[in-house]
Ligand binder design. Structure first.
Ligand code: NAD
Length: 473
């Protein structure tokens, strides 16, 4: 049993003033793993004060100093590779496969941040003016549990590139992952107060970050509902916001796609991170006249999917993070059945032998239309809806008929055709013939998938304020 009872303020591990505890429950067994002591409003204010004070000097650091800090963090994260991977599998049930890829992405993210810092011009000439891109101030970072340390790493790296300071509020369900990251950051010896981390509840710690006038900007990743609450509060003090929210990503398989390659990728895109991914491709759009052929391939693939212990290297789908999330996914499977969709594979209940954990049967629905709730709402579990289309134009129309627009996928053996279709999808990222991540390309959502972009120049500029000096000659 672990007790996590420290938060990180001004370069030190301190005991929170908050006295409440939150139980940490294994999603694989539902046994109690430990508990975390939660910070309160005063703790959050102390962290903001430390960040505000540190900003005075950190905002003036040179690029080479910031590169050194990023290098230090990367090297301390490198030393704890196994711990990072293990804690993901243990704490939220991320599979070993997913946790390993996530860890590699996290490390590469520091390299991209360093490259960005080396190439970005903080002083530009526009018209006759000098434009100085200045650090925005204290950034409040609020993140979910589904890739907690990955989010801390990428957002914190941008904070440092920009010369800002930060107060981070991770999900209370990620306390063990957060503890590991706090230890690495402490080891990296950043100047005191540059990074502060407060464990706590959204309505308390998150709400104070959204309200406090000394926070200049919020970088939030999480649900669309909470994103709206934060944005409404933030506007009172004109905080800038970057919101990375939910998705219901379409995956268009064109009729000339290489099905034996494209369909396994589509299943992987739908069930990645146990289906608990904002970018999951949860609406699979296939040509109507290929349905029978594709059904056979899907049955074959899904019969080989290993569901179970996330620590097993062959496991493709682990448990849902909590019983609440398990119940939510079950509710959606029932909603799909009630709406008249047909289960091709999976269905209600737990897979045999996995009754103790929050395991779901990876489920594929056919006979889905885009107006059904299972096609419209983010389920956040391994549930895929197959929707058929007659023409390419109809596929694009269905893909865009959503309130979301985070990511999309297109497969075709004709690159030009795929590019043409991808260029008509209203989503922040469109993956063509595969699944990848480009840390220099913008990431973020159209419509209710968010506001703003992360990564690369777009991501950095969201942490900077331009100041134009117009000198009359
Ligand atoms: P969530 O929105 O419930 O919580 C996210 C964070 O917000 C947590 O730290 C939570 O404590 C905090 N929070 C909750 N209420 C708050 C409030 N009133 N004020 C301030 N903070 C508050 O999301 P979740 O269930 O942890 O994560 C799943 C959601 O995150 C999904 O909708 C998913 O699509 C989304 N997500 C988006 C991305 C992306 O990059 N677009 C990535 C991963 C997850």
């Amino acid at each position: 049993m672990k007790t996590i009872d420290k938060i990180y303020i001004n370069g030190e591990f301190v005991t929170p003033q908050g006295t409440e505890y939150f139980d940490l429950i294994s999603p694989t067994t539902n046994e109690k793993l430990g508990k975390v002591r939660l910070g309160n409003t005063e703790d959050t204010q102390n962290a903001i004060r430390a960040a505000k004070n540190a900003f005075k000097t950190f905002s003036k650091t040179t690029a080479s100093e910031r590169i050194q800090y990023l290098t230090n963090i990367k090297s301390s994260v490198e030393k704890r590779k196994n711990d990072f991977i293990n804690v993901m599998t243990e704490e939220y049930g991320g599979t070993l496969q997913f946790a390993t890829i996530s860890y590699e992405y996290m490390l590469k993210g520091f390299d991209s941040a360093i490259d960005l810092l080396k190439s970005y011009d903080f002083t530009k000439t526009m018209g006759q003016s000098e434009v100085q891109m200045t650090p925005i101030g204290v950034v409040g970072i609020i993140i979910p549990w589904n890739s907690s340390n990955g989010f801390i790493a990428s957002k914190l790296a941008t904070v440092i590139v920009a010369g800002c300071t930060t107060v981070i509020k991770p999900s209370e369900m990620s306390a063990q992952q957060t503890q590991l990251m706090m230890e690495c950051l402490h080891h990296a010896q950043l100047p005191k107060g540059v990074v502060n981390i407060v464990n706590g509840l959204g309505e308390i710690v998150g709400a104070e970050i959204s309200r406090n006038p000394d926070i200049a900007k919020i970088s939030f990743t999480g649900s669309t509902n909470v994103g709206k609450i934060i944005a409404k509060e933030a506007i009172n003090s004109m905080k800038r916001v970057t919101l990375e929210l939910g998705g219901k990503s379409p995956n268009i398989i064109l009729d000339d796609a290489d099905f034996p390659k494209a369909i396994p990728l589509a299943i992987a895109a739908a069930f990645m991170n146990n289906g608990q991914a904002c970018i999951a491709g949860t609406r699979l759009l296939i040509p109507e006249n290929k349905l029978e052929e594709i059904k056979l391939i899907i049955k074959e693939i899904t019969s080989n999917i290993i569901v179970g212990d996330p620590k097993n290297p062959n496991t493709a789908v682990g448990p849902m993070v909590s019983t609440k999330q398990y119940n939510r996914v079950q509710d959606y499977i029932q909603i799909g059945i009630n709406e008249g969709a047909e289960i091709l594979t999976g269905g209600l209940g737990k897979p045999d032998g996995l009754e103790n954990g929050n395991f779901v049967k990876p489920t594929v629905f056919i006979n889905v239309n885009n107006q059904m709730r299972i096609a419209k709402e983010e389920i956040f579990g391994p549930v895929l809806s197959i929707i058929t289309y007659k023409t390419e134009e109809e596929a694009i129309e269905i893909a865009n008929d959503t309130t979301y627009g985070l990511q999309a996928y297109v497969s075709s053996s004709d690159e030009k055709r795929a590019h043409n279709v991808a260029s008509q999808i209203n989503a922040g990222r469109v993956q063509i013939n595969g699944i990848g991540h480009d840390p220099m390309a913008p990431f973020g959502g159209f419509k209710q998938s968010g506001i703003g972009r992360e990564f690369g120049t777009f991501g950095l500029e969201a942490y900077l304020e331009p100041r134009a000096l117009i000198q009359q000659k």
